[in-house]
Design a binder for this molecule. Sequence first.
Ligand SMILES: [Zn+2]
Ligand SMILES: [Zn+2]
Length: 176
Amino acid sequence: MDQKLWRKCVEFHGHECPGLAIGFKACEAAIKKLGVSFAKDEENVCVTENDACGIDAIQVITGCTIGKGNLIYRGTGKNAYSFFRRDTGQKLRIVLRPTKDTKNMSRGERQQAILESPVEELFEFKAPNFDLPEKARLFNTIKCEKCGEGAPENKIRLMDKKLVCLDCFKDYTRGW
Ligand SMILES: [Zn+2]
Ligand SMILES: [Zn+2]
């Protein structure tokens, strides 16, 4: 195990925990199975199905970040991460297997057990059942006709013949 890389993840995340260890191992699998390396731009894309601790390891190791638009959140709540490589077209969905009996383990023991497990034991490897998301796009900014704030046009709604932002649209529908 790459201790230096683990320390880097812990430093970014703020603490060490089993969740971070899961993300760390998912990266190890993505590197091993897909040859993923640190993305300076959008050459790798990760679709994560949860917004828990593990994502921080993914951002540090693979360079898939919210800011670059190559970390996409798809909220099924599962411990599943799909990696796509734009250069080779390869894709892989990495899904955590239901955990063995870890109830009697402390947090530290659980974290250590995850870090020491072979990736094949921890995860199932599948084909993603969705396609590579298109590259991050830039949209025109539209000024909301209700609150006056600017928003990208893909987030603008039509209400009462006015172009409005999602905040104002929600106000109107009373949170549906
Ligand atoms: Zn954590
Ligand atoms: Zn508005």
